[in-house]
Unconditional design. Structure first.
Length: 647
């Protein structure tokens, strides 16, 4: 608590900086929340379950001064059952002029429910690959939080898309569930020649059409969900960098930044950190998942950012300048969210909790442990501002966009639960488990659920995490700890840990508990105590007289209103001798400080009859019948009587 008071003084001295960071974080959350807001009423369309998309070619014509799109989208797909028709998700605001299959016009209908239903000339059999080309045009709907928008920056026009999770259908015909990823895409953007076009993957060419327009071709050869396909068009200034650790087996890759000219100087300065962050993530996790293409940033008109695969759309503010935490967060999504994508909105923390924690890891790596502790403290304070709330969403919560993109629970609590898993398992097991999770062929470039993460961390560590996930992921609240330390003399101290809970959904949080004992002249020693029962006592060796006790000095556990006190140096024999386990099956152990000398132990049955005696602190009870017993522990300093149950 003393350390926390000092931290409060530090925070108050830097309150303006802290408020700025919090506003920045809320802007980030708001951008991702906006991307989903209008589309949350959409239910994954069961009429699209009967085929798998393998490829899209998008030929799009746009002008950033006009809210209009026309295009041809060619889709290759495999039938999952015998098909007589194929249904696409497409906004009713867009008109379809033709659908062709190998150059032959097909008939189609519109359901009035944002669907395009294409009638096949003959039945397409199960597992057969075929393709369709759809020509369409119109003004994408832009009420509320639109998926296809035009605006201005400093008097220059800009067009951009943001489709998370179900907005892609508002500007192109697609299948937009959280089940099917497209194996690869080609995107051709035709726009007025004075502008720069942006999309996923690598730019292949830009061809002058000699009519005032140019066509820019992008190719992306990694699996991608429809909501992460994006385009932007404006008078961008392009700034190139290079990323990657650059080994012979894993070469460099380009980092391409598309910047507003009026704020380019500030943003060029801010993106200088990008190669260092992406190289750090590569060294900790696995190589950048889209190394054969690019990474980069594209400036757009909302606060915060959106992790479109290979090119994060980012705001630079009125004066420009991406923040390091925003760069780290959106980049982190390329691993957690883009390579491995949450398979349901109930599991959204697998995207946002990870991206938030990776940004916190950047603080640890670049700024040091003190700054990392401050960041974790700020997250804990936000998380514990309410006594309830789980990371994993209920069915009802998964339809509420504000709950899905909760900065307190999905982002910050998700990040801190990952920190606690790291603390519990150790860095070696934690990071190897994450590497295995990212490389799992059933998950990589696909979708994952929370049990998939748990299974990989358990397999790597050999530790069951069922209770941890039940307490911290599926249920609510946090523990309140009461820590008491006693000097025992002869280089030992006793630490007693009690716990209560903020929410009734959890009866006890099992967790390794970090405790620091301090002494005169700056002496200190840290302990990690495996807290499994309330009132649990630990006798520890300490090479100095304890003058103070600090709970969780590095802020590794979500908790609040904790107390940590040093008891008066009195010697209470009974409280300093413990027996365990109790109940016992084969053996009872007697735990006492080195300052006590054991003479003898005598065991009595429930009738007060002596059963046996021992002169060691390990007592065999295997031959005793089941029932209640009393053990008299006799030391040179006095005697103690305790009860135990033989089971």
């Amino acid at each position: 608590m003393k350390n926390f008071s000092l931290l409060l003084v530090f925070i108050s001295c830097t309150s303006l900086f802290g408020q700025s960071l919090d506003r920045e974080f809320e802007d980030l959350v708001q951008a991702e929340r906006k991307g989903a807001h209008k589309r949350m009423a959409f239910v994954t369309n069961p009429n699209t379950y009967n085929y798998d998309v393998t490829y899209h070619r998008l030929r799009l014509s746009v002008d950033p001064t006009v809210l209009q799109i026309s295009g041809e989208v060619t889709t290759k797909y495999i039938a999952k059952e015998n098909l007589n028709s194929v249904t696409f998700d497409l906004s009713d605001a867009l008109d379809v002029s033709s659908v062709k299959q190998r150059g032959v016009d097909l008939t189609f209908t519109r359901s009035g429910n944002n669907e395009l239903i294409v009638n096949l000339p003959v039945q397409q059999n199960t597992n057969v690959l075929d393709s369709l080309s759809i020509n369409y045009s119109g003004a994408p709907t832009s009420t509320g939080f639109g998926s296809f928008l035009i605006d201005e920056h400093n008097g220059s026009p800009i067009l951009w898309t943001l489709s998370e999770p179900f907005g892609a259908m508002e500007w192109w015909p697609c299948k937009q569930d959280l089940v099917d990823k497209v194996n690869n895409i080609d995107v051709y953007i035709t726009a007025p020649s004075q502008y720069v076009s942006v999309s996923n993957g690598l730019e292949q060419s830009k061809i002058d059409n000699l009519n005032g327009t140019s066509t820019t071709h992008f190719k992306h050869n990694y699996p991608i969900p429809a909501y992460l396909i994006a385009i932007a068009v404006s008078n961008y200034q392009v700034y190139n960098q290079q990323g990657g650790l650059g080994t012979a087996a894993s070469p460099y890759f380009p980092i391409t930044n598309y910047l507003y000219p009026e704020t380019a100087t500030a943003n060029i300065a801010s993106v200088q950190v990008t190669p260092n962050i992406i190289n750090f993530f590569e060294s900790v996790f696995v190589p950048y998942p889209f190394r054969n293409e690019k990474y980069g940033h594209c400036q757009f008109g909302w606060g915060g950012g959106m992790e479109h695969t290979t090119v994060s759309f980012m705001t630079g503010g009125n004066t420009g300048g991406y923040t390091r935490s925003l760069i780290a967060h959106e980049m982190g999504h390329q691993w957690f969210g883009d390579k491995v994508t949450c398979g349901s909105w109930k599991d959204i923390w697998l995207n946002e909790g990870f991206a938030t924690y990776l940004a916190s890891m950047v603080i640890q790596n670049f700024d040091g442990e003190a700054a990392f502790t401050t960041d974790k403290t700020n997250m804990i304070n936000t998380i514990t501002s309410n006594t309830g709330g789980a990371i994993y969403l209920t069915e009802t919560e998964a339809t509420d966009v504000n709950r899905i993109f909760s900065s307190r629970l999905t982002y910050r609590k998700g990040a801190m639960v990952l920190n606690m898993l790291r603390f519990k398992l150790g860095d070696t097991n934690f990071f190897q488990g994450l590497r295995n999770y990212l490389n799992d062929p059933d998950l990589a470039y696909g979708y994952a659920l929370t049990p998939d993460l748990q299974a990989h961390l358990e397999a790597t560590s050999g530790i069951s995490l069922t209770e941890f996930f039940n307490d911290w992921v599926y249920n609510q609240g946090y523990p309140i700890y009461n820590i008491t330390a006693n000097n025992l003399g002869n280089g030992q101290a006793k630490i007693t840990i009690n716990q209560s809970q903020s929410n009734a959904s959890v009866t006890f949080f099992e967790m390794p508990v970090p405790v620091r004992l301090t002494g005169a002249g700056g002496q200190q020693q840290d302990y990690v105590l495996n807290h499994t029962t309330n009132g649990q006592q630990f006798i520890v060796n300490v090479p100095f007289t304890v003058t103070g006790v600090v709970f969780d000095p590095k802020k590794d556990i979500i908790s609040k209103n904790n107390t940590a006190t040093l008891s008066a140096p009195s010697f209470e024999l009974d409280s300093n001798i413990a027996i365990y386990p109790n109940p016992a099956t084969t053996l009872i152990n007697i735990e006492m400080p080195n300052s006590l000398t054991l003479k003898k132990c005598v065991v009595y049955n429930a009738l007060g009859q002596k059963v046996k005696d021992f002169e060691s602190n390990a007592i065999s009870v295997e031959q005793l019948t089941v029932g209640l017993y009393t053990i008299e522990i006799i030391t040179l300093e006095g005697r103690v009587v305790k009860k135990f149950i033989k089971k």
